[in-house]
Design a protein around this ligand. Structure first.
Ligand code: 4AZ
Length: 298
């Protein structure tokens, strides 16, 4: 049940090198159809309820006794942890109680039958995250209580460190409630679109060398993620079974769905060890807290 009211956010566009990054903001206003937009993620379509059971919506401001603002996507990787972009977490490490994670969410502005809203207990930003280059744009959010898994709320597997690079042209799926066009508005219903992975040569020309190895480009003219989709999942089929895994995290891009300006994603396979280690360290941290045995632990 939604025990909060979603309010619309205006996105602050943070422009550096023509790059626009979603900034977390305030600004309340009444919902009007204007804000619901007519399009889809950009070039996508409505998901059915439960089609992306790993999709999380992040809301901010929970701890202040009011309702919170939607600002980013995320992905449930097990019952206790959500992975998102580091630029969705900046400033939250000190106050995880302000971060709400909504699972089983379908309509952003309305209650959904199997929705769970869980406050964060820890927010852990990659220690080498660079806000300017957006390298290492990854963050882990620990839920203060485990998610109840079921048909509408479920985890997505991560790729293995040694999984091969996804080849150019492969279609992957990105989902979110982000803007349905550049400088547009959020979508009420979760959107998804299939986007082709773009090869090195092409994107290096487009972004003149700004794409580092741990990033991946995907998208084509008219089909892309956009502001508000940040932190959310890019799922690609992997291995013989073709099961979809969390290949990427929505990170940045120049505008949305522009020709030769694909969306840029954090490639999770490069961070598999960081994720596993961070989760393990957290268990140790909790055990040490419980034992009050800091001198043994640290
Ligand atoms: C953003 O600001 C953002 N077109 C997300 C995705 C893309 C661009 C910007 C990719 O959240």
């Amino acid at each position: 049940m939604k025990n909060f009211v979603f309010v619309i956010l205006l996105l602050f566009l943070y422009s550096t090198d023509c790059r626009k990054i979603t900034r977390k903001v305030r600004n309340k206003s009444q919902l009007t159809s204007r804000y619901h937009g007519g399009g889809k993620i950009v070039g996508g379509q409505d998901a059915s309820y439960g089609q992306f059971p790993y999709q999380a919506a992040l809301i901010w401001g929970m701890g202040d006794g009011w309702t919170g603002i939607f600002y980013c996507g995320g992905s449930l990787i097990n019952k206790d942890w959500v992975v998102t972009a580091a630029h969705c977490c900046s400033g939250d490490e000190e106050s995880p109680e302000n971060v709400g994670v909504v699972l089983g969410n379908h309509q952003l502005f309305q209650n959904d039958a199997e929705q769970q809203t869980i406050v964060a207990s820890r927010v852990i930003i990659h220690e080498d995250f660079d806000y300017y280059t957006l390298e290492n744009d990854i963050c882990l959010i620990k839920l203060s209580q485990p998610a109840q898994l079921g048909p509408k709320v479920d985890k997505i597997d991560l790729p293995e460190t040694n999984d091969p690079e996804i080849e150019a042209g492969v279609l992957c799926t990105v989902s979110g409630w982000g803007n349905t066009e550049e400088n547009g508005s959020l979508s009420d219903i979760l959107q998804y679109v299939d986007v082709p992975v773009v090869g090195d040569l092409e994107y290096n020309v487009a972004y003149s060398g700004e794409i580092v190895e741990t990033m991946l480009c995907a998208g084509e003219t008219g089909k892309d993620s956009c502001q508000g989709d940040s932190g959310g999942p890019l799922a690609c089929a992997s291995g013989a079974g073709g099961k979809k895994v969390l290949t990427g995290i929505v990170s940045w891009g120049e505008g949305c769905a522009r020709p030769d300006r694909p969306g840029v994603y954090t490639q999770t396979r490069y961070f598999r060890d960081w994720i596993d280690q961070t989760i393990e360290d957290n268990e140790m941290f909790l055990m040490c807290q419980n034992l009050s045995a800091f001198h043994f632990c640290f």
